[in-house]
Structure formats: C-alpha cells, structure tokens
Unconditional design. Structure first.
Length: 236
C-alpha cells in the first residue's frame, strides 16, 4: 500500500463520510464469537472514542488508506468473487463512529447477499432497523478497561435476538460487575447471546467456567482463537 498523505481535503472528506479511513484489511480466520473459526475479510476502520487499558490495537488511529463507500463495496464484491461465502467483519477502532454508522448500514443494504458483522464497543447506538445481513457484536466495556460506564444501555432494547450478541472481555476482578450486567440483560432479553472473553493472562479459563456454571449464567466462553493460531501478531 502506498503511503497516504493526509491533507486537509482528505480529512474533510473523512469528516463528511465521503471517504472511509482504513487502518488495514485482510483475509483471516475469525478469532471471536459469534463467528469464531470462520474465514473472514476484516476491514479495520480508523479511530476510536475510547482508550481501554488493555487495547490490543494501539495502531487504531492510523489511516493507511481511504476508500469511498462505493469503492469499499467494489472491494468486497471482488473478495466475494475470489472467496465465495466469506463473511465480512467491520472492526476498529470503533466502526460506528459518526458518520460511519449509516454508511455501514447502507453498504449492507447494497450487498444483501453478503453477511456483515460489526464489532462495536457498544458506546454508540446500533441501528435497530439494520438489514437482516448485518449483525452487531457489542463489546460491553468492564471496569478493567478503565473509562467508566460507556455502554449505551438503549442498545439492549435495540438488539435483535437472532442477529446481535454482547461480549464482555474480562479479567478476574470484573466478574461481579459482569454478573450484575448479565442479570440486567436477562431482564430485558432472555435469549440474546452473551459471550465472556478472557483477557490473556488475567483470568484462568477454569475460573471463568466456574463463574458461569456456579451462577447458572446463560453465557458462553469465547477465546481469542486468532491469538492461539498465530500469537500476538498484527495483520492476522
Ligand atoms: S474500544 Fe476497542 S479499539 Fe477502542 S480503545 Fe477500546 S479496545 Fe481499543
């Protein structure tokens, strides 16, 4: 990829949503729920409104490429031809930062035969009228992330049981907090899928399993499969 010169014009196009700022994009194996293990085309958008203590993408604000929404659709079309049936993941940073939220919905509507997953930090409202081929993975930030309560509570109501999931990335100290939040989620929605993803080296899997079973929680463990396969490497 040629290096990109970010002049004022490009920054204005990004601000207006005419161009999408992209850190990187590549084909890989999905590492996390609900698509864990599946081949996917990952598009990492630049920029994030949070700064979590354990963030594993310190390069989240890099802009290495910009594409118009139409160009990104063309790129996805090209990938679908070369790798039929592959799923698309929009991640970040935060892929739903304004004005990207509506652009993401528009792209999914323009490509109805493609399955899109959006990994969001949950702090911005998801589209409750999203098309059937658009799925949200909402990462509910816990106390160990720092930054306080950032989750947009209205997203619990906006989530579609068959499409969207909540994930908690947890260490041992987060468990009491997560129990309360899962109980809250269950009061609103008994069936929406909830995943617990252990922070590397911060909680034993046996501890997490015991926590789920002893509290009779309707939640699943999600390990970061891509790190098991390739280790802590960028671009996989
Ligand atoms: S929301 Fe995600 S990308 Fe943003 S700082 Fe937190 S972990 Fe990093």
């Amino acid at each position: 990829m040629d290096s990109l010169i970010l002049d004022d014009n490009i920054m204005e196009e990004i601000r207006l949503g005419q161009k999408l700022p992209i850190v990187e994009r590549f084909i890989t194996i999905s590492g996390e729920a609900p698509t864990m293990g599946q081949p996917m085309y990952l598009v990492r958008f630049s920029g994030c409104n949070l700064s979590c203590r354990y963030c594993d993408t310190p390069y989240r604000n890099e802009i290495n490429e910009t594409l118009t929404p139409a160009q990104l659709c063309d790129e996805i079309d090209r990938v679908m031809v070369s790798y039929p049936g592959i799923i698309i993941l929009f991640t970040g940073g935060e892929p739903l930062l304004k004005p990207r939220s509506t652009i993401v919905t528009d792209i999914a509507k323009r490509l109805p035969d493609v399955q899109f997953y959006v990994e969001t930090n949950g702090s911005v409202p998801i589209d409750e009228a999203a098309p059937d081929n658009l799925h949200y993975v909402l990462d509910w930030k816990t106390p160990s992330a720092g930054g306080g309560e950032t989750f947009c509570i209205d997203n619990i109501r906006r989530m579609r049981t068959d499409h969207d999931v909540i994930k908690f990335v947890t260490d041992e100290s987060d468990l009491p907090y997560i129990k309360k939040k899962i109980e809250m989620i269950r009061r609103e929605n008994e069936l929406v899928r909830v995943y617990l993803s252990p922070q590397t080296g911060r909680i034993e899997l046996t501890k997490l399993a015991d926590f789920i079973l002893s509290n009779k929680l309707n939640a699943a463990i999600s390990v970061q499969l891509h790190k098991i396969i390739w280790g802590e490497k960028r671009g996989v």
